[in-house]
Design a protein around this ligand. Sequence first.
Ligand SMILES: Cc1c2[nH]c(c1CCC(=O)O)Cc1[nH]c(c(CCC(=O)O)c1C)Cc1[nH]c(c(CCC(=O)O)c1C)Cc1[nH]c(c(C)c1CCC(=O)O)C2
Length: 344
Amino acid sequence: MSTAVHKPMLATVLGERQERPPVWIMRQAGRYLPEYRETRKQAKNFLELCYTPELAVEVTLQPLRRFDLDASILFSDILVVPDALGQPVRFETGEGPILDPVDETTIHGLEKGRALDHLAPVLETVRRLRAAIKPEQTLIGFCGAPWTVATYMLGGRGSPDQWVARKFALQHPQAFAKLMDILVETSVDYLTAQFEAGADVVQLFESWALNLDDAAFALQVMEPNRRIVQGLRARIPNAPVIGFPRGAAGNLSRYAAYTGVNVLGIDYATPLDFVRSALPNTLPVQGNLDPLRLVVGGKAMTSQVDRILTAFADRPHIFNLGHGIVPETPIAHVEQLIARVKGR
Ligand SMILES: Cc1c2[nH]c(c1CCC(=O)O)Cc1[nH]c(c(CCC(=O)O)c1C)Cc1[nH]c(c(CCC(=O)O)c1C)Cc1[nH]c(c(C)c1CCC(=O)O)C2
């Protein structure tokens, strides 16, 4: 982690407000780019793309060649972790990820010991990216937060309400705690290794922080996120972390205070006024344009971009979407978005 060169994104993560906010886009490498779709054909399947450093580096760099972005995010997926633990993950076109669900018995067969070896190619990608990006660009590593990863491990696929995993957590508290332990420990090892390979900051993707009552939110989201932040900082002092608890709503400020993340990622359904009143203006925030506004473009996009810039002008702010960019997004709109954020 070198701070010799000014990195606007990293500086903002560390609490320094910039004149214009730095900008990156969640899922900035992906299917909305024709060059991504081309490179993707060179891999047998999506996970092979993630595990082939040459291809993963190439797709990570593609958006940086087109757009004036302040950060590069490692190209991988949150589900490489269950795959590394010995629960194979397949991606079927149009269906998203599919796994054979774990249960209260098979959880004990997950193989923590082999995970980092399995993830070695991803760490090699981080090393190569460190060497390839411009020094003023911030390199973001990431993993899924334990609860979000567990929803796929227990449910076997994505679901609108995470019913299977939420029920499991209530019915089998001990087995669930065991699963959280495995994921927390593996995530700490994995993120530590990402920092050692050259990441400047890491993001915890807690995409399914919604649909939880306050006790479940505390146990399933806050506690594991805090343990990761603390475990990581015991190894990498002051390791900068972005937490993105999507859908946390009324739990947002509690999440920030309890976990100790440096930056709070804000989803697009969170009212700007609420962020301003509930979170101290020393706390850096990241977000939160609705990806749909980027698809539609024009005034639907620019009016809300301007409202976000104004709402967060008095605090450290990293401009981003409030969830990942979608394949339908026109490239010209991304160019217009960045120009607007940068004041050009
Ligand atoms: C829940 C989740 C996943 N993956 C991720 C999350 C958390 C963020 C969020 O909520 O969106 C995170 C993720 N997935 C991907 C990245 C790469 C880095 C980036 O550019 O941001 C990151 C950070 C690539 C990807 N991950 C995936 C793709 C598309 C795969 C393809 O090329 O066919 C990409 C570019 C596949 C994926 N991976 C996942 C799903 C549900 C899907 C299928 C849905 C879809 O197709 O968009 C799991």
